[in-house]
Ligand binder design. Sequence first.
Ligand code: URA
Length: 332
Amino acid sequence: MSYSKETALIWQAMGIGALWIERDAEDPLSPSAVLADSPKTAVATVEAPKAEPAATEPKVETPVALQPAAPAATPVWGEMPKAPAPAQTKSVTPQAPVAPAIRPVAARPAPVKRDATLEVHIHDEKPIAAGVVELDHEILAKIPEASWSELREVVRGCTMCKSLAQSRLSTVFGTAERGASIVIVGEAPGRDEDLKGEPFVGKSGELLENILHECGWKRGEDVAIINVLKCRPQNNRNPHENEMKCCRAFLDRQLSLLGPKIVILLGRFATMSLLDTQASIGSLRGKEHAIEINGRQVPTFVTYHPSYLLRSPSEKLSAWRDFTLARSAWIK
Ligand code: URA
């Protein structure tokens, strides 16, 4: 079997498998092949490795570097237009972003010394248990009318989730620019994101960046990246249900302000939160779902979280198929 340069590039970017090149065939990534390569054309078909059961899977198409990147624009987020109503999914009413089961606590924790240069965050307070949440109605009241930059400030000052507020170094609001038509929703910041205050800047961010690049999408410009939680759970523990419910009001407002054409959910927690399901990613991926944003049904796709793909590289091809499917809906 011989490989096109596009196939080789995608497999290389995604770190998929070994590329076997026949003795007498030219390596598609060799300098001479690259030089001889004609300008990029539309879509090439990737042949899945033999081991992959592909019977019911959608045909994989590789939109490789289809869209020559526009010169990087200076970030011009500014103010988002006011959206008519907060985003909501089928499962949650707008008045109830937070479930009543959330337990109030009396005292706010003392401020924690912040030093972004320290890898380990040292404080002498007793760690607060995950899931202890104190609703702040002053904060909640600001959300439905907040612009993008106002919302960022509200998030910055939020201390509703006591454990998260105690241990975080920064809040990670998200990356977006006006006009981004794709929203990717991750889980929560990890250590690198907590240090930098930006989503997906660690190892899983590198993989996500590669995937976006192969889709011809630019982070920020075409794609907004936001998380279910805006603060890092200590030691990268799973988000607590109360924390997800509490932070959901921010997520809904972000979706409403962004008004995307498609949404891609990375992993279990983004999926649980926005599709309101406990079903596995394996059973939900590979098809189109919908969430309601500003009264509109927005095509939504589920795929594996990049950090899972780093642990289970054999699933990268499935993830690539999911992105390809999402891209087809985006092009429509
Ligand atoms: N994982 C996530 O889900 N989000 C990030 O921002 C980083 C890692």
